[in-house]
Write a protein that binds this ligand. Sequence first.
Ligand SMILES: [Zn+2]
Length: 275
Amino acid sequence: MITRPTGDADAGFWWQGAAGAGVRVAFTSSAAGNLALHVGDAAAQDDDGPARREVLARRRALERRLGVAAGRLRFLEQIHSAEVRDVDGPETADAAAPVGDAWVSPDGSDPLAIMVADCLPVLLVGARGDGGAVTGAAHAGRPGLLAGVLERTVERMRDHGAEQLRAWIGPGACGRCYEVPEAMHAELTAGRPALSSRTRAGTPGLDLRAEAQAVLAGRDVSTAELSGCTIEDRTLFSHRREPGRGRFVGVVWRPEGEDPRSGGGARGGDAGAPR
Ligand SMILES: [Zn+2]
């Protein structure tokens, strides 16, 4: 397990690393600010209010740090489903965000963001036969995880020729913090032993990370796991700790100018040995 090996607080990253084929993976910290339009002040504004413009400015700032052009980083309208989409080229200026909870860039060229605050952000990279990469990003909270969002993302990536899939499970609510009612615990963990946990207080809990790990391992996806807990770590946003304050993002991207066949990329080491 990796515990914040290359935290880069100054740049607003909680963690980032290289994933091969010029692809990088990262999770922002609360220092990067709220990146979602549907929570916080921005949620009250549909059009062009100052809070909304602030969120968009933070997204532009993140794009600069990622080394991608303005407007290239793609966001979904996430609905806690198992809906997986292919990216269909660069976003047009006024287009609404596509609806879904995971997406895939078949050639790794589109930078993908997934917004979270307690749900798990899962970033995936697969090798292609031509030396390139297939990338994916999934929002794996309780409903999506149980509905099969990870299975479907993996399947979609393999449909696009992804081999040797690796996944980075980012920070979310941990099994020691994520308390649920006894009846819900009994219902959800039947047949899913990895999902069951006890909280610090000894009450029934859910361990989304262990369940995600089990799902991915069962599909021959190796995982480089990061151990952060959003409820405990105040450098991350948490819906349970502070509802509506903000969302951070998991991002998988290839900085512009990176050669897909260069291996690790120019800026930094490998993102940790997958288990
Ligand atoms: Zn915790």
